[in-house]
Design a protein around this ligand. Structure first.
Ligand code: SF4
Length: 364
């Protein structure tokens, strides 16, 4: 892959350790997701966590909403290879007990934890056990006085709430915070992160809350998270979808790759097709994507519907195909290498990608 491509300069944030994963301080942007099983269904939860880990999820959050779920948290933690985040709402005692159960990070919304004295107890325990904390302020749970002052959950109100909590937590001598200022309204969320960046250097957990279905949520996340990442902000991301959480990881991975934050993996460049295309390009792309999904070798692969424009468009690709009616060509860095029949194109391309991947893996 061409390493000379433009790279987005990143906001300088402080480093916070979530278990063994560094968030902020120049660390790669990590991918998070959250299980949607009942946490107390321990095997079901562990199975989903394994699928998330296999898909490339680097930090996994589970809800700890009851004593029943709390009781199995240590078992879940023992089965994980990535850090565990305990998601807490309302019950600060569950936050305290989750730390004992081995959580690497506690996610709280200071607005619903039951007051500053309870928040202080959670902070003190995180401090004592060196556990990270996400301070997650959402547009839906702002303090009354801020809503009165700003009229509704404006970005200014959201950021004022976040800074209020940050200052309080800092006053207790604790700084292992990761901050999120989410909203389901993308422009509000974008402005909130931009405003917050002017006021603190804590790492950002970026997401669009309640983004919706696979299609809508993907688009909203690409617009919202993508904009913040394009600004150079964002240290860890979570794509929220009303779908299998593995889909969240796939979307997040593609998002990071598309903005140049992830170099590893097969980056497929495919044309949208037009009247010049005489093959089922969608099917071809799908076959290549499925066969190469788990490969970590950085490689740009072009799949183009015609030779006329495909050669130029695919010039940046390490390898690719340009199709024509009944046949096509294999290209490398924009140069034609082999002419093949249509049905030979995809198998040949996949086999070439595999060869390169295996060679790179051996070298490493
Ligand atoms: S590469 Fe060819 S088929 Fe694809 S969109 Fe461009 S002109 Fe059309």
């Amino acid at each position: 892959m061409d390493q000379a491509l433009y790279e987005i300069p990143r906001r300088k944030s402080r480093a916070v350790m979530v278990g063994k994963v560094q968030v902020g301080g120049g660390a790669p942007v990590s991918i998070q997701s959250m299980t949607n099983t009942h946490t107390y269904d321990v095997q079901e939860t562990i199975d989903q966590i394994k699928r998330l880990e296999d898909a490339g999820c680097e930090i996994i959050r589970v809800t700890v909403e009851s004593q029943q779920s709390l009781k199995v948290l240590d078992k879940i933690k023992a089965a994980m290879t990535v850090p565990l985040v305990a998601d807490i709402h309302f019950a600060y005692t569950l936050a305290l007990a989750s730390i004992d159960a081995g959580a690497d990070k506690i996610r709280i919304n200071p607005g619903n934890i039951g007051g500053m004295d309870r928040l202080a107890q959670v902070v003190e325990k995180c401090k004592k056990f060196n556990v990270a904390m996400r301070v997650g302020v959402n547009s839906g749970s702002l303090e009354k006085d801020l809503l009165e002052k700003h009229g509704h959950p404006t970005p200014e109100a959201i950021v004022e709430s976040a800074m209020r909590h940050i200052h309080f937590i800092e006053s207790l001598g604790y700084h292992n915070m990761i901050i999120s200022v989410k909203s389901s309204h993308v422009p509000t969320m974008i402005r909130s992160y931009r405003l917050l960046a002017e006021q603190c250097d804590y790492p950002f957990h970026v997401g669009v809350t309640e983004a919706g279905t696979k299609m809508q949520g993907t688009v909203k996340s690409a617009a919202g998270i993508g904009t913040i990442l394009a600004d150079g902000m964002g240290d860890t991301i979570r794509v929220s979808l009303t779908a299998d959480p593995v889909e969240e990881v796939k979307v997040a991975t593609h998002l990071l790759r598309s903005l140049g934050y992830r170099k590893e993996g097969i980056d497929i460049v495919a044309c949208p097709t037009c009247g010049r295309c005489h093959v089922d390009l969608e099917k071809m792309v799908d076959q290549v994507e499925t066969a190469t999904l788990t490969m970590k070798t950085p490689m740009r692969v072009a799949i183009m519907g015609c030779v006329v424009n495909g050669l130029g468009e695919g010039a940046e690709a390490d390898i690719g195909i340009c199709s024509e009616k009944g046949h096509g060509v294999i290209i490398e860095k924009g140069e034609i290498k082999t002419r093949l029949k249509e049905e030979e194109l995809v198998p040949h391309l996949i086999s070439e990608i595999k060869k390169r991947h295996e060679a790179a893996t051996k070298k490493a």
